[in-house]
Ligand binder design. Sequence first.
Ligand SMILES: [Zn+2]
Length: 75
Amino acid sequence: MVLLAVKEDRSSNIQKAEYGVWSGEAVAFCPQCKAFQTVWIDGNALMPTRKFIQEGSRIYHDCGSRRPCHLYVSL
Ligand SMILES: [Zn+2]
């Protein structure tokens, strides 16, 4: 149990560092219609694309989904 807690703690710290301010290529996946597309992020802001809309820190697909897209990053 102790080891598991340490492990989780460490991974969340790594995540924070990786997603602090970030620019690069990511894959946006829409949980509603299962579409995915490569998008560009510049300083945590979505570069304008036709099919994805940024609202705050979340990205939504233009299919009308109210569930934010998942972003996958290959580091
Ligand atoms: Zn969609």
